[in-house]
Design a protein around this ligand. Structure first.
Ligand code: HEM
Length: 76
């Protein structure tokens, strides 16, 4: 399966996720930031350990989708 940020990953983030994170430099809606593997890895770390989004951890399926996109090389 082919992955893309626009199709598969961007829809995982809610408006409130973007509003909370953009001011502290984590640009969840910006492929130029998210498609840098180190940045994607930092996002993966917090969704995989359930610390983000606060109090509303992602399902295993969502975490797995994000990981598959990373394993594909974080395509835009
Ligand atoms: C899927 C959604 C979200 C992702 C991927 C995400 C990602 C991250 C990442 C990567 C960090 C840095 C952690 C570190 O440096 O150890 C962080 C910190 C933070 N996030 Fe989020 N975030 C999300 C949603 C939210 C929401 C909705 C809020 C506000 C209600 C929020 C508030 C914060 C705050 C205040 C910090 C800095 C303090 C801390 O580390 O707890 N985040 N987030």
């Amino acid at each position: 399966m082919a992955f893309s940020f626009a199709t598969d990953i961007r829809p995982l983030f809610r408006d409130e996720d973007i509003e909370c994170m953009t001011p502290i430099g984590i640009a969840l809606d910006d492929p130029a930031w998210m498609c840098v593997p180190e940045n994607a890895q930092s996002v993966y770390g917090v969704v995989a350990d359930g610390s983000m989004p606060p109090g509303e951890p992602w399902s295993a399926d969502r975490v797995s989708l994000f990981k598959s996109w990373m394993d594909a090389g974080c395509p835009a």
